[in-house]
Design a protein around this ligand. Structure first.
Ligand code: HEC
Ligand code: HEC
Length: 246
């Protein structure tokens, strides 16, 4: 009896503590910048696909991840730590996992440092939520959530220009650096890229070789063109950005 009483007390307390934060998170999500989330997702594509039915890579496919049971991607070999974590991926748990994967899920094998910025995590979760048979409605329920389709349209029409933030190692920070960095560092350091100086044709052949011989996935448009433009502009035969040894 005593024991029950204590447990009830704890549940009450955790509800009290949790609800204001949860309400905040929902509000933030309702106002999230989904197109920024799409850009942030480039940090995940080395290891994750997001389209429905797409394959598992180093990490599991993430379609429907918001609200999905933990460790539920068919055919994916999860760590014991992840299996023990159990339950569902609520937005709060995703937020905690994306902040500090190894703190939130002891023993996870996801080798990802974490996203320090809360705004970034909110934008990213809102983006993930668009890949779902039943996307969650955040905050004002009547408001249509932006869909992945809208994001694509916005991109094509050139909306959502933003400043480039982040650490891209030796690569020159300029338009296209994000796409290039996250695509290429899935397998090797960006140094290998920065040390090359090639014409556009040369880079095209190099990328083809990477696909034919080195196991790289064909890079889908528009990223393929963005990356080629970037490499041609900054790593051409005159090698304007050849990295200096340090
Ligand atoms: C270096 C590879 C790598 C990167 C980069 C990476 N992940 Fe992961 N992720 C994994 C692996 C591996 C797992 C499986 C973890 C386990 O079983 O412990 C995983 C698991 C997950 C899960 C749990 C999936 C499930 O089915 O329960 C989520 C959610 C997730 N990742 C989101 C992300 C997001 C979002 C990003 C980008 C910000 C990201 N990951 C970046 C490798 C990665
Ligand atoms: C799926 C893995 C994979 C991905 C993704 C990948 N590469 Fe590579 N790349 C390799 C391998 C394997 C080698 C050869 C190993 C080595 O030389 O260390 C290589 C070598 C290279 C080299 C050196 C070639 C030489 O002549 O020595 C360059 C330049 C390069 N990659 C550029 C890129 C660029 C640019 C991207 C992104 C658009 C990229 N790679 C993405 C696997 C990959």
């Amino acid at each position: 009896m005593n024991f029950n009483f204590v447990r009830l007390g704890l549940v009450g307390l955790s509800l009290l503590v949790a609800s204001p934060a949860m309400a905040d998170m929902q509000d933030d999500l309702a106002e999230a910048d989904v197109s920024k989330g799409e850009t942030l997702f480039k940090r995940c594509v080395a290891c994750h696909t997001i389209e429905k039915g797409d394959r598992n890579k180093v990490g599991p496919n993430l379609y429907g991840i918001v609200g999905r049971p933990v460790a539920d991607a068919p055919g994916y070999a999860y760590s014991t730590g992840m299996k023990n974590y159990g339950g569902e991926w609520t937005v709060e748990r995703l937020d905690a996992y994306l902040l500090q994967p190894r703190t939130e899920v002891k023993g996870t094998k996801m080798a990802f440092a974490g996203l320090k910025s809360e705004d970034d995590r909110v934008d990213l979760i809102a983006y993930l939520n668009t890949f779902s048979d039943n996307p969650l409605q955040f905050g004002a329920a009547e408001e249509e959530n932006e869909t992945a389709e809208d994001v694509k349209k916005a991109e094509v029409s050139g909306e959502g220009e933003e400043t480039i933030e982040g650490d891209f190692g030796k690569l020159k920070v300029a338009a296209g650096v994000e796409e290039t960095y996250y695509t290429c560092t899935a397998c090797h350091s960006e140094m290998i890229v920065a040390q090359q100086g090639l014409s556009r044709e040369g880079w095209e052949k190099m990328l083809k070789w990477m696909v034919d011989e080195q196991g790289m996935d064909e890079i889908a448009e528009p990223d393929h063109t963005i990356i080629l433009d970037y490499l041609t502009a900054h790593y051409n035969e005159d090698r304007p950005n050849f990295p200096r040894p340090n």
